[in-house]
Structures are given as C-alpha cells and as structure tokens.
Design a binder for this molecule. Structure first.
Ligand code: HEC
Ligand code: HEC
Length: 294
C-alpha cells in the first residue's frame, strides 16, 4: 500500500486510513479491472469535484443546489423539488429492499436504471463506468467522496462511510451485478459529422435546440428553448441513444418543463417523411461529435 499513498495532498487522512484498512479489498477491486489503473493518490473529494464539473460530465445533466444550470436531471443538492440532498435521500430510496445509502448511491452510478427517480426518464443516464463517459472505478470513488462532502460531511468523510462505499463498489466494479443496457441489435453506421451539421440546419432542429458556439441560418420564431440544450450531448450519450432520439422521440422523453405536449407525447416531431437514411446517419454522427469543451 505505502508506495501508492505517499505524497497525497490534503484530503482526508480518513480516506487514507480506509484504504489502509481495506487495502486487500481495494487491491481485489483493482485486480479485477482489465488493464485497470493502479490505486493512485488521486482519490479524493477534491479530485471528485473536478471530475463532477469536468470530465465526468455530471454537470451537463445535474446541478447541485444553486451550483450549475442543468435541469434535465435530479438536482443532487436541494431545490424546490428535493428538500434533502442526495446523501440524505439515498438512505431511503431503496430502504425497503435493504439497501444502505452507500449501496444506493453506488448503484445509481454503475446501474442508473435499476431505480428511476420519480418524474425522470429511464434510460437517460448511462452506466458511468462505460462509454461515452467511462470513468475508472477510482474516479467514481472520488466523485462519491465529493457528493458526500457536498452533502454536509465537510472535508473528512467518515471512515466507515468510505468503507461502505468501497464495499458496495466492489460488487459493481467487478461486474458481479449485471447492468441493464438499452442497446438495439443493430450498430449505428458511421456517418459524416460535417454533412450532419447541414442536415441539422436544413431540418431546422435549431428552432427548438440550442448548441453553444454554433450559428445556424434563421430558424423562424423560436431559437432553441422548446427542446433541451444539445451542447455537449455527444459527451454524455451513446450513438444508439442519439439515433433513437431522432427516430423515435417518444421512446425516452427527457423530463423538463414544456417538453411534452398536452397529449403526453414529446413535442419533437418525427422526421420519417422528410429525412433520407443518409441524412439520418450523418445527423447522428454530428450529434455525437458535439463535445462539452472546446
Ligand atoms: C445524460 C444525463 C446524465 C448524466 C451525464 C449523469 N446523470 Fe445522474 N441521473 C440522470 C437521470 C435522468 C437521473 C434520474 C433517473 C434515474 O434515476 O436513472 C439520474 C440520477 C442520478 C442519481 C440518483 C439521484 C437520486 O435522487 O436518487 C445520482 C446519485 C446520479 N445520477 C449521479 C450522477 C453522477 C455522479 C454523474 C456523473 C459521473 C451523473 N449522474 C451523470 C442523468 C444523468
Ligand atoms: C418542435 C421542436 C423540436 C424540433 C424541431 C426538434 N426537436 Fe429534438 N427535442 C424536442 C423536445 C421537446 C425534446 C425533449 C423531449 C424528448 O425527449 O423527446 C427533444 C429531444 C431531443 C434529443 C434528446 C436530448 C437529450 O437531452 O437527451 C435530441 C438528441 C434531439 N431532440 C435532437 C433533435 C434533432 C437532431 C432535430 C432535428 C432533426 C430535432 N431534435 C428537432 C423538440 C424538438
């Protein structure tokens, strides 16, 4: 253990102690990842904060209290809808099934559709250890440590809590628990993203959807706002999801104000009669190329 933990900055002695105590378990977890990284000094709430607001892309879908602007997914802090932050409500979500809060929070990251928060859409959040986000187990541990500190545990996450997180994580990381996937049988063919830009413009997708940093020819009355902001959508969604969103808008309806019409269906029209297959494939490639940064 020691060579791995020397030189870790500020964050919790607590976490270090946990790793010392549960070193064997952690080694076990590491060992079961194919080509997994070594346990490094990078596991910390501070690292978790950077991942949450950076490469983990959590911020594209989730805000924490007043921090962040994402609306499509549950606020992980408190707001009008949630009077308790995630760490508190995690304790009761699957209490009747004997879940600890640690197990719930771990499951909600590795297997998000096992429990779907009321009012939100099944299938929207993908297992975070798989593409497109594909965080390592260590990175996920850090994000959880961060959510803990955000929820009022201050900087020092109690040892027993971190131990329970690692214990729950071990099951999921080693894939002992099968995760449900939403993948159709046919892979999406590779398209031309540049051509897809013109399809997006021609189909006037931008009359309902905004993409930061992109200008399109006049769209008519609405300039985005009817549908979700698509900035960075390629970073958080699979090709299959993007293809399905265009082919069948009602398959998964994003939760959000005004996304559904009075009939309960998505306000997004179908493009079956106006789009060629070539255009469709290029459009999906374009959506998938939309990155959050740069
Ligand atoms: C594509 C959007 C999306 C991304 C990206 C995303 N989530 Fe989620 N998340 C959701 C949705 C939708 C739900 C609610 C539906 C459900 O329970 O699956 C949810 C639920 C959760 C919950 C359970 C909330 C509760 O109240 O019980 C947690 C915890 C969570 N996400 C953490 C994360 C973390 C951490 C990340 C980044 C590593 C992340 N999510 C990235 C969409 C997303
Ligand atoms: C009349 C407005 C409207 C038009 C035009 C429209 N959409 Fe949508 N779109 C929506 C709404 C509303 C939603 C959210 C409800 C849902 O999930 O279907 C949505 C959802 C989506 C999503 C899922 C977003 C997410 O956050 O997961 C994608 C991707 C998408 N649209 C792409 C497109 C593309 C590409 C076009 C053009 C071919 C298009 N839309 C045209 C209204 C529109």
């Amino acid at each position: 253990m020691n060579p791995h933990v020397i030189g870790i900055p500020a964050f919790g002695l607590a976490v270090l102690l946990v790793f010392a105590f549960f070193g064997i378990w952690v080694t076990d977890l590491q060992g079961q990842k194919s080509g997994g990284s070594q346990l490094s000094g990078d596991i910390s709430a501070e690292a978790g904060r950077e991942i949450f607001w950076g490469k983990g892309k959590c911020y594209t879908c989730h805000s924490i209290g007043g921090e962040g602007s994402a609306q499509r997914c549950p606020n992980l802090g408190t707001n009008d809808q949630f009077s308790d932050p995630i760490w508190v409500r995690a304790a009761v979500r699957k209490q009747s099934e004997g879940y600890s809060r640690e197990r719930y929070i771990v499951e909600s990251i590795y297997d998000p559709n096992a429990y779907v928060v009321e009012g939100f859409s099944k299938g929207l959040m993908k297992p975070i250890n798989k593409p497109p986000i594909a965080l390592t187990d260590d990175e996920i541990t850090s994000v959880i440590a961060y959510l803990l500190t955000e929820a009022g545990a201050n900087d020092a996450v109690p040892e027993d809590v971190m131990a329970a997180v690692l214990d729950a994580q071990r099951d999921f990381a080693s894939a002992k628990v099968a995760t449900e996937e939403f993948v159709p049988g046919m892979p999406v063919p590779e398209g031309d993203a540049e051509e897809g830009f013109y399809v997006f413009e021609e189909m006037k997708c931008h009359s309902c959807h905004k993409i930061d940093g992109m200008e399109f020819e006049a769209a008519g009355d609405a300039e985005g706002g009817v549908g979700p902001d698509l900035t960075g959508i390629g970073d958080i969604q699979t090709l299959e999801y993007l293809a399905e969103s265009v082919m069948d808008p009602n398959a998964i309806i994003v939760a959000g104000d005004g996304f559904k019409g009075d009939d309960g269906n998505s306000k997004m029209p179908e493009f079956h009669d106006t789009m060629t297959l070539r255009e469709f494939i290029d459009l999906v490639a374009f959506l998938s190329s939309l990155k959050a940064e740069g």
